[in-house]
Design a protein around this ligand. Structure first.
Ligand SMILES: Nc1ncnc2c1ncn2[C@@H]1O[C@H](COP(=O)(O)OP(=O)(O)OP(=O)(O)O)[C@@H](O)[C@H]1O
Length: 452
């Protein structure tokens, strides 16, 4: 269990993380989502004791990372795949980590097999592609067979096969009861991988809920209605009729109408009564990606000047912060659908979506019996499940070697985000971890900031 309470990190006048409280539980993949610059890496670095919080605290199994007994054996992390000595072979890189921690060499060969790098194990890592580097970083994270795993954007640079492999690996690790915390800015990927989501924007918590709850809170059924392109007046006529009947009508980019709040048969009847012919009347469900974009769009730091969505937003007066978006409610000027009507579900849509089913059965890294994803082939062994724990720990994975981008204009967060933040945990009186927990999680709020 990872637990953050009131976690805040400031770099000068830039607040990277503000008052974050959440728990990451074992036995599940928890996706950590947020736009670029929202504070995901900063949070992960604080979890791993690589940055000190300005205030608040974060613990693993009840201990701050730096006080965790045998930490590298309990926690594995991939923060930056490039943090490798390029002159060393993949095997030697892992061997040096293992030797520092008394892990036997055969474990190195095991994890090389798990990540599919056995054939290039003796090649210098400086010649590795981004995807190979990611696999090497994942191997390092698995080296100590840890119960808690953190992965910062693990699918960066991976091809589709690699992405599927990472997805199944995460699920398999969680299915073994491990705590798996994975950051991403891709909702579509997290929807397929994660059981639980923690979403942040501008360093603040926007949502802390199961993927299922996120979907039901954020996905909206809608109808697409198209009238003949040749007769724009029909579109206007239908739009008025639908609005008068209580529907909510938004224009789509291709000239169709997006209608919520009215069932399909009613839309059809209204069109008929208005004498409007239809070229299309179809049920749809807003994608999870769209819901996520809607939730975080007010919390995006970097946006292209030619971003179509930017063009739909009202410019803010200088110095004014965009409002923290409320999941499910959208924001003015955004083309995503409004939330479902009260008691909604106008179109009897099946619950399935891109996230609705188990992903295709996974496959292992080349040459290994792959970890089994839940719902995947039964009985397949997880080769990284090392029986007999090593005596000592591997060296921790090194943090990102690069300085992060210079911050944008200093932006102190406003009030804590409302709504949809479920189960924000109160500060614990005692440690939650049953296995390895001190009496309390010592906060470390007054530490000076790390020299970076
Ligand atoms: N050492 C630092 N000094 C100053 N500002 C920093 C530092 N590290 C991070 N920041 C700023 O804090 C904010 C959060 O950065 P962080 O890297 O944690 O975001 P992120 O969500 O991981 O982004 P990305 O998805 O792009 O990796 C950014 O505005 C970043 O510029």
């Amino acid at each position: 269990m990872i637990e953050a309470v009131g976690l805040t990190k400031r770099y000068g006048d830039k607040t990277a993380v503000y008052n974050l409280s959440f728990r990451v539980r074992p036995g599940a993949v928890t996706g950590f989502l947020g736009p670029n610059g929202s504070g995901k890496s900063t949070t992960m670095r604080m979890i791993l004791g690589l940055d000190n919080p300005t205030s608040g605290a974060v613990t693993i199994g009840g201990y701050p990372y730096r006080k965790l007994p045998n930490a590298p054996r309990q926690v594995g992390a991939l923060l930056d795949a490039k943090a490798v000595h390029g002159g060393r072979s993949a095997r030697n890189h892992l061997l040096s980590l293992a030797q520092l921690s008394g892990i036997p060499a055969r474990r190195v060969d095991e994890v090389l097999g798990v990540v599919g790098l056995q054939d290039v194990a003796r090649k210098r890592s400086k010649g590795f592609s981004l995807g190979m580097g990611q696999r090497l970083g994942i191997a390092a994270a698995l080296l100590g067979d840890p119960q808690v795993l953190l992965f910062d954007e693990p699918v960066n640079g991976l091809d589709p096969e690699g992405i599927l492999w990472v997805r199944n690996l995460m699920k398999a690790l969680a299915a073994e009861g491990r705590t798996v915390f994975v950051s991403s800015h891709l909702m579509s990927e997290m929807a397929l991988t994660a059981d639980h989501l923690i979403v942040i924007g501008r360093g603040q918590l926007l949502a802390d809920m199961s993927v299922t709850d996120f979907i039901s809170a954020n996905s909206a059924d809608f109808a697409r209605v198209r009238t003949p392109d040749t007769e724009p007046q029909l579109r206007e006529k239908l739009s008025s009729a639908l609005t008068e009947a209580g529907g909510h009508v938004l224009p789509e980019q291709d000239g169709a109408l997006r209608v919520t709040g009215l069932p399909l048969p009613r839309i059809s009847d209204l069109a008929h009564e208005s004498g409007v012919r239809l070229w299309e009347l179809s049920p749809h469900q807003a994608s999870l990606e769209e819901a996520y974009m809607r939730m975080t769009q007010g919390a995006v730091d970097y946006r292209s000047t030619i971003d179509q969505k930017a063009g739909l937003q009202q410019p803010l007066p200088p110095g004014v912060q965009p409002p923290v978006p409320v999941p499910g409610q959208g924001q003015p000027g955004w083309y995503a659908p409004p939330p479902p009507q009260q008691g909604g579900q106008p179109f009897g849509m099946p619950p399935a979506g891109p996230y609705g089913g188990a992903p295709a059965a996974g496959y292992g890294a080349p040459g290994t019996a792959a970890g089994t994803a839940p719902g995947g082939p039964a009985g397949a062994a997880n080769p990284y499940a090392q029986p007999g724990a090593p005596a000592q720990a591997p060296a921790p994975v090194q943090p990102a070697g690069q300085a992060p981008q210079a911050p944008a204009a200093g932006q102190a967060p406003q009030s804590p985000p409302p709504a949809l933040v479920k189960a924000a945990p109160p500060a614990p009186a005692t440690s939650p971890a049953a296995d390895a927990a001190p009496a309390s999680a010592p906060a470390d709020p007054t530490q000076p900031e790390d020299a970076r």
